[in-house]
Ligand binder design. Structure first.
Ligand code: GTP
Ligand code: ZN
Length: 353
């Protein structure tokens, strides 16, 4: 496998120079099991475990490898195995709140260049949802592209395109149909050699159909490793990174389907830069945009330049984010405490020797 095709580039290379090049090489995580990782490497596919040292220094879930991560490994190609020593810094990442009572960050996929925000042009069409997806995309560090699918089922595509462009804030918007192939060629620019693409969108939006239409015949067969377990020998074919022939990589993880909003402060200001620009013109610095005199936001709503629903959506997201931030603060305090417990625990063990 060619590292460049897998998405290896100077960003990662620069970080890899910190490691001994004689001893280590790199791989990209294609699938995550409970304790094992399936990696794409120069030596083909390897099955890897993280070293005790890495496990020991990991205090949070995000300290463990995720699909799409580039990891520093020592490879044992003859056994088709490897050990993961470190995770290289992530260029972008999609996270979600890990299930449970605490809001721990769980990384769903890392190092995505472009994310297709897929929304169907029929009954699925919902600007408020698109705003949320945009927010997640900005927050992730990947470049969003809005894909309006099922254009064959829509009578007024140009009207819809205009509506979307009003909230898209300069993000490219493409109307496509996997059914009749319309617009598909516009997407190929994002799928060049070495590029990593992911798709986000609600169930039924047409992600799988689009994936098949775009990549169906391009999927590269990956030589599978046979592995032993107590049930005997078998081969797994499922991968969450899909390699394309002559192209890049598609991330296809179930986790992307369940994404929730996570700490998206920066995303809010980018997605709602129109609201932020208006708010800067309010007479009072601390204007709450409710009943204050000289409120530019309320003015814009009443003269129709700002859509009331868009503003409501902004307020709602702000509230959700404030709530998440409070939970996150509590979680960080706890993580810090646990880290110190772990460190002082180590010291106790050392002292006892
Ligand atoms: N008419 C038309 N139907 C489409 C198009 N793309 C997808 N569909 C149909 O929409 C339905 C849902 O498509 P999927 O690709 O399974 O949607 P998905 O987003 O992958 O859904 P999940 O797997 O639940 O996340 C299927 O019945 C598709 O045949 C299109 O361009 N035109
Ligand atoms: Zn105001």
């Amino acid at each position: 496998m060619n590292l460049k095709q897998l998405g290896w580039e100077s960003f990662f290379e620069n970080h890899f120079t910190d490691y001994d090049q004689e001893q280590f090489t790199v791989g990209r995580v294609a699938l995550e099991y409970k304790r094992m990782y399936r990696l794409f490497t120069e030596h083909g596919e390897l099955l890897a475990e993280i070293t005790g040292k890495l496990r020991h220094s990991a205090t949070e879930r995000q300290d463990y490898p995720a699909v799409g991560d580039w990891v520093v490994i020592s490879a044992r190609p003859e056994e088709q195995k490897a050990s993961i020593h470190a995770i290289l810094p992530r260029k972008s990442k999609f996270s979600r709140k890990a299930a449970g009572v605490t809001t721990e960050e769980q990384i769903v996929a890392a190092n995505i260049d472009t994310v297709f925000l897929v929304n169907a042009l029929n009954t699925d069409f919902n600007l408020r949802r698109m705003e949320r997806y945009l927010l997640m995309a900005w927050e992730s560090g990947a470049n969003p592209v809005i894909v309006l699918s099922k254009s064959d089922l829509c009578e007024n595509v140009s009207q819809k395109l205009m509506e979307v462009e009003s909230i898209a804030m300069g993000v490219p918007v493409h109307a496509i149909s996997a059914e009749n192939g319309e617009g598909l060629d516009q997407l190929s620019a994002y799928l060049e050699w070495g590029q990593t693409v992911a798709l986000l969108g609600s169930s039924g939006a047409g992600k799988s159909t689009l994936t098949n239409a775009l990549f169906g015949e391009k999927k590269q067969e990956v030589k599978t490793i046979r592995e032993d377990d107590d049930k005997g020998r078998h081969t797994t074919t499922h991968r969450e990174l899909v390699l394309l022939q002559g192209g890049g990589v598609v991330v296809d993880t179930p986790g992307m389907r369940e994404l929730q909003l996570w700490e998206a402060d920066e995303g809010v200001s980018q997605s709602f830069s129109d609201v932020a620009a208006l708010a800067a013109n309010c007479r009072f610095r601390d204007c709450q945009h409710t009943t204050e005199p000289g409120c530019a936001v309320q003015e814009a709503i009443s003269d129709g330049t700002l859509d009331q629903e868009r503003y409501n959506s902004y307020v709602k997201l702000q509230k959700e984010l404030a709530f998440l931030a409070r939970k996150e603060d509590q979680r960080l305090a706890l993580a810090e405490k646990n880290k110190w417990k772990k460190i002082s625990g180590d010291r106790t063990r050392v002292n006892r020797k």
